[in-house]
Design a protein around this ligand. Sequence first.
Ligand code: ST9
Ligand code: ZN
Ligand code: ZN
Length: 333
Amino acid sequence: TRNGNTVMEKDLLNHEDLAGDRGMVDDIFDETYQEKEGPKPPLRYVWRNIILMSLLHLGALFALTLIPSAKIQTLAWALLCFVVSALGITAGSHRLWSHRSYKATLPLRIFLTIANSMAFQNDIYEWVRDHRVHHKFSETDADPHNAMRGFFFSHIGWLLVRKHPDVIEKGQKLDLSDIKADKVVMFQRRYYKPSVVLLCFTLPAVVPWYFWDESIIISFFIPAILRYTLGLNATWLVNSAAHMFGNRPYDQNINPRENPLVSLGALGEGFHNYHHTFPYDYSTSEFGWRFNLTTAFIDLMCLLGLASDRKKVSKEVILARKMRTGDGSHKSG
Ligand code: ST9
Ligand code: ZN
Ligand code: ZN
């Protein structure tokens, strides 16, 4: 077992408190799980996904060649679409719905759900289910993007093959009652496909074409295809690069790392050693707004009265944890 990654800072925070507070604890690492002995099940390719993902990435490469011919408003619009859709993942399906690290009012949940469909990374319900098993059974057969299977698998490969049976077996035992009780999330799941067609592809492409006469090709390939592909890869880098490259100041017994470059692209989600050590912290880092637009966004929402109850780990607990299980890298900065 990985002793360093204890369930909780037992002396300072206890399990029941946290469950009462967030309504669930199924994002906490479960050290009792053992991978099954014997040979691994064979890979079963999903050719439809392999073809679609290849076409998407070819489309994104083509979009790159169009950038010099694009209007500046189109590029600004693509950036705006990137940030909004990314927040639908980071502030939405990740920090709010997977980890319950803060509370959001109905208007904010509706906004985050719209942003989330724009990001097209599976519906919130499915994203949360996969993400809670990722934390609970991190880097085992029951982790959907198990980084022990290498960079490619944890980056994109896991979306191109059938899941390991343990992902489904363990995932079925998760407590998802909080998610099922959220009517906004269940509404999105019901109308997911049309919401993606509209918000991920149609809206981003129609705006530049309609409002400032951008060519329809550029309108489609830059704010829709390229922006979508960059958002996917920024997200996937958290699963691949941030599970491989970087320091481990909080827990050297786990693989997730602190990776500022990934944080930059993923709006604050690259402080991944911190995040796997303290998954309930709304900021996913101890450094506030540094490389962390998502934290700034959640703080702004609190200021506007649209969010509340941000969970934050205290400096004392962080320091005690660094001393106990960290790799010492925090001392050198
Ligand atoms: C995408 C997702 O890209 C990316 C998520 C990344 C997560 C990152 C986390 C990092 C931290 C946060 C950082 C954020 C940074 C953001 C920065 C933004 C700039 N538990 O899945 P199926 C059951 S998506 C329990 O088909 P297969 C269940 O009954 C990209 N049960 O399994 C299910 O049925 P239902 C676009 C589970 O056949 C049934 O099995 N989307 C679980 O093995 C079948 O499920 C795509 O490309 C579970 N965990 O197929 C689509 N899982 O759902 C890709 C399954 O009805 N996906 N079950 O209940 C697929 O095509 C398929 O899932 C598959 C596996 C082929 C990969
Ligand atoms: Zn992770
Ligand atoms: Zn997480």
